[in-house]
Design a protein around this ligand. Sequence first.
Ligand code: ADP
Ligand code: ZN
Length: 526
Amino acid sequence: TRLFETDGARNPVDLLKRVYGYSAFRGQQQAVVEHVVAGGDAVVLFPTGAGKSLCFQIPALCRRGVGIVVSPLIALMRDQVQALNGLGIRAAALNSSLTRDEAIAVRRALGSGGLDLLYVTPERAVTPSFAEMVADIDIALFAIDEAHCVSQWGHDFRPEYRGLDCLSSHFPGVPRIALTATADPHTREDIVERLALNGARVFTSSFDRPNIAYEIVERDQPRQQLLRFLSRFKDASGIVYCLSRAKVEDTAEWLNAQGIRALPYHAGMDRALRDAHQDAFLKEENLCLVATVAFGMGIDKPDVRYVAHLDLPGSVEAYYQETGRAGRDGLPSEVWMAYGMADVIQRRRMIDEGGSPEEVKRIERAKLNALLAICETAGCRRQAILAHFGEAHPGRCGHCDTCLKPVETWDGTEAAIKALAAVYRTGERFGAGHVVDVLIGTVNEKTERFGHVDMPVFGAGKDLPARTWQSVFRQLLALGLISVDHAAFGALKLEPEARAVFRRERQLFFRKDRPTGKAPRGQKSS
Ligand code: ADP
Ligand code: ZN
């Protein structure tokens, strides 16, 4: 029998207390729940750990019929179903890992109204056979979890998600709720557009994780630097991310030799061993998990005290997700990254030599640059990260390295004005590479073809090297004074905030360039 059926009417607060044992909703959970219970569509953009699951689980329990949850990973489904069953909720998953008999049992339960929640993969949700299977049963709602997977802007694009726009036409009147912890404006627009959620109410909450302290250091002796970072933690567990499987193995082995209990985790490992390492990480108090990004999605370990990156992540979204696995319990946690010019060169090469079509490569380059802007900011890192997600923060958080130890800067106000003027005069139609060419007065096919060689801004920035201008643009981007128009192939645009700089009402200080020699290749983005 069902825990929550004892007193008839299903009220969200009552379910929260009786089924989940929580005393109150957090943040906007209740607003989302009420909106969806009433039949509205919703887009929920809450950071990791905010409690998105309840936003669809409780409405599914309140409404008539079964809630269908689209989820990208079978492992993730399994964990959620297990947890729900533990609470007395009738949940099941339908996916390729089931035996024939198991699948039949799930179908039977579904047909007889014996399920509250059914988890399916996106590819299954859009098949005609699925539509047929649920044709005669009541559907409480569709929840589209990890909705950023629909966007190429997200860090985890899955083409199967693109088919989910058909749910609104196949199942009119069934509320849909899309959820993600990735909420940069491009991904957000993509979710609304690609999932046909134009009429949905959008719920956002702050992406600030005040208990996380951010630090990004210039890499010089990475292993020693890592060891120094790890020595701050006693009897604490954390994650060290590396780009390659080989580096995961090597780093774990080396840490063990240094007396730090470390286990490797990557997709190339034997499944059983990988699961064993994951379980050890979830259970033990003092374990360093060295992993590729294959590790982490759906992991709910509240007391991860640190996350270290030995390589640059692929994007700000990925960095935010990966660092966001620290401190879900709200206690102070530290995240640390060692970053070097080699990363930039390697990442650029991965993009350039990757198999993506050119327009996707442009997106990848723009994403990399946005992350570099955060690495290079002279201002508060938290402020820069949040600005990326369209969220204003006053800065000086006091819990990031740049706040704690201000970096050397130069007054870049005049340079910024020139840079912004060059963007404006060339019509906000060009990427940083071309605008830098205009500033330093490069005569080439493009500057000639567009008549830029005859403009007053042409060569106005001759006094500074191209590399400095690139860094100026990256920092302007980090400050939110310009944005990259991804629809227009990475063209730079002025943001309204740039006006105060033009009027000399706002002074700008830029992080001093690192010594030359190991500088990245000049980049061309348009
Ligand atoms: P998200 O999917 O947003 O990352 P989860 O739904 O996994 O977050 O929730 C994170 C944690 O917070 C879970 O352990 C969950 O049980 C807990 N939680 C969610 N809502 C509440 C609440 N209202 N009160 C207390 N704990 C909650
Ligand atoms: Zn700060």
